[in-house]
Design a protein around this ligand. Structure first.
Ligand SMILES: [Zn+2]
Length: 248
């Protein structure tokens, strides 16, 4: 739709994170392995293993925050303290401000291929660094830390993400074939969420057209916190349960 407004209407971080997790669980349950492992194109087994599906839930939740790296005042700017704030400022400048380049199909493709390239050329070091960063984003989005933007907050995020990375280190392969899709899907889920507000996104960046389908008219924080987010979380668990009970 053309004629999106310029209101700064926001979708909350936890809605993005839980919708990303839900999108991944549905994709893992329904898509063929060739799609989930694009562009690595792994075949052989019929489906992803249960461990990969669960790891993917957490990582897609984090990846669903990535497009907001263009927003120095957004959820993810303080995820790693001054370092991430500085990075967000740089990305915001390059991207041309909030909801511009990083809220486009081009960004989704760049995120997925960037993940693939990093895994391919750098290997396990890249994979674990990305896991750490995505877990930090998920922790931040789901508010699993003391409130505020100070060191007490981001210090807790760093500790939790580090612990999560050590745990995943045990399970994750050097180059998980599903990780590029997982990162791209998270970013894509974010775009859908933002397009449902009346400000929309420039999906076809660098073209000027703004796309919005404002079916969520000012849902308000309460609806998102108490209805949407729990619904996505429960639906994700439901799909996971289905995957595990039907996987031989
Ligand atoms: Zn956004």
């Amino acid at each position: 739709m053309v004629g999106c407004s310029t209101n700064l209407e926001v979708v909350l971080g936890h809605s993005h994170a839980t919708s990303g997790a839900f999108a991944w669980s549905v994709a893992a349950a329904t898509l063929p392995l060739a799609a989930l492992t694009y562009p690595v194109l792994q075949s052989g087994e019929a489906r992803l293993g249960p461990v990969d599906v669960v790891l993917g839930v957490f990582l897609t939740a984090g990846a669903a925050l990535l497009p907001d790296a263009d927003h120095p005042k957004g959820t993810i700017a303080h995820v790693l303290g001054p370092l991430s704030y500085f990075l967000c400022k740089v990305i915001s400048t390059i991207a041309g401000g909030h909801r511009q380049a990083t809220h486009s199909f081009a960004f989704v493709i760049a995120a997925a291929y960037g993940t693939w390239a990093g895994m391919h050329w750098i290997g396990r070091g890249f994979t674990l660094a990305l896991v750490f960063f995505l877990l930090a984003l998920a922790v931040r989005a789901l508010h699993l830390y003391p409130p505020g933007d100070g060191i007490r907050s981001w210090g807790t995020i760093v500790v939790l993400a580090t612990a999560g990375t050590f745990a995943m280190d045990h399970w994750i392969s050097d180059r998980p074939a599903w990780l590029p899709f997982c990162v791209g899907l998270g970013a894509f889920a974010h775009l859908i969420g933002d397009c449902l507000t009346d400000r929309g996104c420039r999906l076809f960046w660098p073209f000027k057209l703004r796309t919005c389908l404002p079916i969520i008219e000012r849902t308000g924080n309460k609806v998102e916190t108490w209805i949407l987010t729990p619904l996505f979380a429960v639906a994700t668990l439901g799909v996971l349960w289905h995957v595990f009970t039907t996987t031989p």
